[in-house]
Ligand binder design. Structure first.
Ligand SMILES: NC(=O)c1ccc[n+]([C@@H]2O[C@H](COP(=O)([O-])OP(=O)(O)OC[C@H]3O[C@@H](n4cnc5c(N)ncnc54)[C@H](OP(=O)(O)O)[C@@H]3O)[C@@H](O)[C@H]2O)c1
Length: 334
């Protein structure tokens, strides 16, 4: 297929390149786009040197699938131009996710929504990284027992905020380790090293951050449960990569622990770690599945409410891998 990556030099874009190779995706031509500052630079793909370009009106001529990971503004400007060209845009930004006419897709759950996109092109939205791992974990419980409510607290790494934020974490950590006085200076709520920041994005008038709102709204849309009771607290933690989530879920139909574990073990894209094994952030870094551990019943709730720890690589299943799986679903529909 003729493929484009918009935002090829970024954290998600680099993972698209890695995964196209790893998954032996059928690439005929590959066009790489980034900002003007990187125009003309070279990147390697399958022993071929590719030149980074900046976007123009003709960039999507003959492109069948374009993976967009250059932020909301670029998507708003360029994704409709690509879509008019019959390109399938798989967009990682939040620009179109809540648009009623645009499917928000996690292939394990709702790949059926993208039938016919391959012929006519159009925009398909890739959900927020924290949403993807949450819905992959919730889906088997939803189909097996029904969901009454979900409460989630996230522990999100700095790679989720892009390359600059990750570099800053490294610099800040180094400066504190080299000079203790730097810690005293680091009282800002934006200082991520050795800190957990309980706000990702702006707060709305109800006090929820944009990240929390995305998690709540997108989960309802993907699971097709508009009335699901769901709350979220999103926290940035000073890890490099991988997001963790403490999830409390109340089921409509009570279940035994064995039934809950069996349902989760059969869930697509999910791996359940049992006994003392933990799905911690370092463990999920570089892995493709969503990992569960610490599954336990809420005392006194008689199998209705369950707690669990859900973790995944936010750059893989939380972004590029999910995008690539959407593309694979399109190809399979031939
Ligand atoms: N990081 C995650 O875990 C994650 C997960 C899910 C979704 N997302 C979403 O994916 C998108 C990218 O995130 P990221 O973490 O990869 O960010 P990033 O590391 O900051 O990368 C941003 C990319 O956008 C490119 N870009 C900037 N201006 C451009 C322009 N005018 N034309 C073309 N490309 C341009 C940058 O190119 P230069 O290098 O030339 O500046 C870079 O390749 C965001 O919308 C983000 O919300 C991220």
């Amino acid at each position: 297929m003729n493929i484009a990556i918009v935002g090829a030099t970024g954290m998600v874009g680099q993972n698209f390149l890695k995964l196209l190779k790893e998954k032996h995706f059928p690439v005929n031509t590959l066009q790489l786009f980034a900002s003007k500052k990187n125009e003309g630079k070279k990147l390697m793909f399958r022993s071929q040197e590719l030149t980074i370009q900046s976007l123009n009106q003709n960039s999507f001529n003959n492109i069948e699938i374009a993976f967009f990971s250059a932020g909301e503004e670029i998507s708003r400007q360029w994704a409709p131009i690509a879509a008019q060209n019959k390109t399938v845009v798989i967009d990682n930004s939040s620009a179109f996710r809540m648009n009623n006419d645009i499917p928000l897709v996690v292939p394990e759950i709702n790949a059926s929504l993208i039938q016919k996109y391959k012929e006519k092109g159009g925009i398909i939205a890739n959900p927020n990284c924290s949403t993807i791992q949450l819905v992959v974990a919730l889906n088997p419980l939803h189909t097996g027992f029904g969901l009454e409510s979900v409460h989630v607290s996230t522990y999100q790494s700095l790679s989720g905020a892009g390359q600059k934020a990750l570099n800053l974490l490294k610099e800040e950590s180094q400066s504190i380790l080299n000079d203790k006085k730097a810690l005293a200076l680091a009282s800002s709520e934006h200082f991520s090293a050795f800190n957990c920041i309980p706000q990702i994005g702006d707060l709305n008038e109800d006090g929820f951050s944009t990240e929390e709102t995305k998690l709540m709204q997108e989960t309802k849309k993907i699971l097709n449960l508009p009335h699901l009771k769901i709350t979220a607290t999103a926290v940035r933690v000073p890890t490099f990569n991988g997001h963790g989530e403490a999830v409390l879920v109340t089921l409509k139909k009570p279940a035994e622990k064995k039934e809950v574990i069996n349902a989760l073990m059969e869930g697509q894209g999910l791996k359940v770690l049992q006994e003392k094994h933990l799905s911690h952030q370092r463990f999920v870094d570089g892995r493709n599945d969503v990992y569960l551990s610490r599954i336990r019943a809420v005392p006194g709730e008689e199998g209705k409410s369950w707690m669990m720890w859900v973790a995944a690589d936010n750059l893989r299943k939380g972004a590029a891998l999910n995008g690539l799986q959407i593309a694979e679903s399109l190809i399979k529909q031939d």
